[in-house]
Structures are given as structure tokens and as C-alpha cells.
Design a protein around this ligand. Sequence first.
Ligand code: THU
Length: 144
Amino acid sequence: MDAVRQTTPDQDLIRLALAARAKAHAPYSGFAVGAAVRDRGGRLHAGCNVENAAYPEGICAETAALAAMVLAGGREVVEVVVAGGGEAALTPCGGCRQRLRELGGPGLLVHAVDRDGRCLASHTLAELLPYAFGPDHLGDKSTP
Ligand code: THU
């Protein structure tokens, strides 16, 4: 996937994502992923993928990083770095895009970096998840 914009991710965020990737539990796929998120208050949080012998129960690095943010009291994510090992830019899976939508706005920047921390692509959440369903829709309840 081509980079759609030239933006330099926060260097600390990159370092944290790479360090998280080194801790991934990915014995089934062999595909280690690390993610780091910056919250609205400037704090950084990280997560790695944690796979499970019951395959569908594994969780993605982005999900783990968002859970760490929420646990630390963060409620809004403003920048994300996802670190993969391949040549292709690693963008979040569909489920993680929806989780990012829960805690981030359409302008949220999501960067993909390689195993050396080089930025391969940067996208906004609106690009990754257009016409997203989000918390605002629930304020629009209509009685059946
Ligand atoms: N994975 C992530 O952690 N984040 C992504 O953005 C894509 C995929 C994980 C899930 C699974 O443990 C492994 O990578 C292979 O799909």
C-alpha cells in the first residue's frame, strides 16, 4: 500500500512499538506485531499481539495497546504506530479499525513502520474506516 501522506511519526512511539513487537506472543502465525498509541494527554501506551491455541481468541497488538491506554486513564487516542516485520505496510485489521474509532476521531493518524522503525505508510482513520459507525450514532436512537 502506498503512503498517502508524508508525516513523521513520533520517535518515542516508534521505539515503543518496536519494543512491544519484540514481546509478541505469536507462536501460531509467527507474525509478531507491536503497537504504540499516544493519548490526548501525551502519554504513550503499548501492546503486542497475544495469540491463543484456540485461534480466534488471540488479540491484535492495537487492541492490547488501546486496552493499556484505557487502563491508564486515557480516553482518546491521537496517534498510532503499528510495527510489523514485512516489507508491506501493516495496517490494522477491520476489528481494530473499529476499536480505534471508539477511542479516536476521523483525523487519527495511523502509521505503519517496518522492523527497523522506518515509516512505510501513514493514513487517517477516516481513510482506513470511511463512513464508520461510531459512538455518536447511539445518540440517534430511534424507537422501532
Ligand atoms: N495482527 C496484529 O496484531 N495487528 C495487525 O494490524 C494485523 C494482524 C496479528 C494478529 C495475529 O496474531 C497475527 O498478527 C497474524 O494475523
